[in-house]
Ligand binder design. Structure first.
Ligand SMILES: [Zn+2]
Length: 375
């Protein structure tokens, strides 16, 4: 995969050099001319060309329709063995990196970072043959330990630049159905990527290895998206190198607790708890802007709810003294759920993850799978 991406980025680079220097060369001559220049670029610069190549590909796909798609899929099938298998392995490796130094350690003070991005839209076809790509709109990170609960937060709206041709309608639909953030002229969004990235890194620096979310592929991709627009450091600089899926983290933490019965808890039951609506209607969870919107799709609200759910699950097996930094203190009036319009229901991608579970079935206060199994 890296060599293929490099070739794509290299092609963009060659074209740029050719235009800038007004070179009149054959393809082979141009490649020979550009090779040493390319070799001199930093990893971050190369990555930037790779990302531009991907974006151009997505645009081409949108404008050319079927023809380009056939080409694209054909190429990829031709060069890759089994992308699904590759993804599974990558995820397994990341999980191992995160848990590597756990044995013998008191995990109560281990720092974890829960990350969520709300996106404008997905640029790739959601099939198994391509690397998936998104345009970011909002990011939130919470720093969390089991002992202290939520320690610090970071939140920002992102201006990802012009919407690629052919994606405007998808972006509008997604905004209406989920996060409600205007797709253009949103004064709270910033395109100062180096600043956003620096703030993200400041928060992530202490841990540098654990950003977690159930949307594993998306986090990995968008952390790279921010990184390659902001830094020209080497690849190991990117904390996204150690993103671990949230459900994997929870299952591992339960296993490490050495409490009886925890080994029977499946990823699926953890996912269903994380996707549950238990904390959806608690006030002061979303960012200030989203607090006035009738939607639960706020990046900050989502990472905070992850912290609540995880505290709730892990307090069954770890000596966590639950405070309001772990779970919200709710008044009895807040338990009366606000009624959301039907558009706020999850769209296709989320429904897949939820495996058809109906949100309405889960009542506030229901114990869920985990508590029964471990308690
Ligand atoms: Zn928000």
């Amino acid at each position: 995969m890296p060599s293929k991406n490099t070739m794509n980025g290299f092609a963009v680079f060659m074209y740029e050099i050719k235009e800038r220097r007004r070179l009149n060369m054959s393809g082979q001559q141009l490649a020979t001319f550009c090779s040493p220049l390319w070799a001199n670029l930093s990893a971050g610069e190369k990555k930037q060309y790779d990302m531009r190549a991907k974006e151009m590909k997505a645009q081409k796909k949108a404008t050319d329709g079927d023809m380009a798609r056939r080409d694209n899929v054909g190429n990829i099938i031709g060069t890759r063995k089994n992308p699904e298998e590759e993804r599974r392995k990558r995820r397994q490796t990341d999980q191992e990196l995160v848990t590597r130094d756990w044995p013998g350690k008191d995990l109560m003070d281990e720092k974890f970072y829960f990350v969520n991005f709300q996106d404008m839209c997905e640029l790739s076809e959601p099939d198994n043959n391509t690397d998936r790509e998104w345009l970011p709109r909002e990011v939130a990170i919470v720093e969390y330990t089991m002992r202290r609960g939520i320690i610090r937060i970071y939140h920002a709206f992102i201006d990802p630049g012009p919407i690629p041709k052919g994606f405007r309608f998808t972006c509008m639909q997604k905004s209406d159905a989920e996060h409600k953030i205007p797709i253009e002229d949103f004064e709270l969004a910033s395109n100062n990527y180096p600043l956003i990235w620096r703030k993200m890194k400041e928060l992530l620096r202490d841990g540098m290895k654990d950003g977690q979310d159930a949307d594993y592929e998306k986090i990995k991709y968008l952390m790279d998206w921010m990184w390659c627009r902001s830094d020209d450091g080497d690849l190991s600089d990117n904390p996204a190198g150690h993103v671990c899926a949230l459900e994997d983290l929870v299952v591992n933490l339960l296993a490490y607790s050495n409490q009886p019965n925890t080994e029977t808890i499946s990823n699926a039951s953890v996912v269903s708890r994380l996707d549950g609506s238990h904390w959806d209607y608690i006030s002061n969870t979303s960012c200030e802007w989203h607090e006035d919107q009738e939607t639960k799709y706020c990046a900050l609200g989502i990472v905070r709810r992850y912290a609540f759910t995880i505290s709730d699950i892990l307090s069954q097996v770890y000596p966590i003294n639950l405070t309001e930094r772990h779970v919200p203190i709710r008044s009895s009036t807040e338990e009366v759920a606000r009624v959301l319009p039907p558009e706020s229901m999850p769209t296709v991608s989320n429904q897949q993850r939820m495996r058809g579970k109906t949100r309405a079935k889960e009542k506030p206060g229901s114990a869920g799978d985990m508590r029964r199994v471990s308690g």
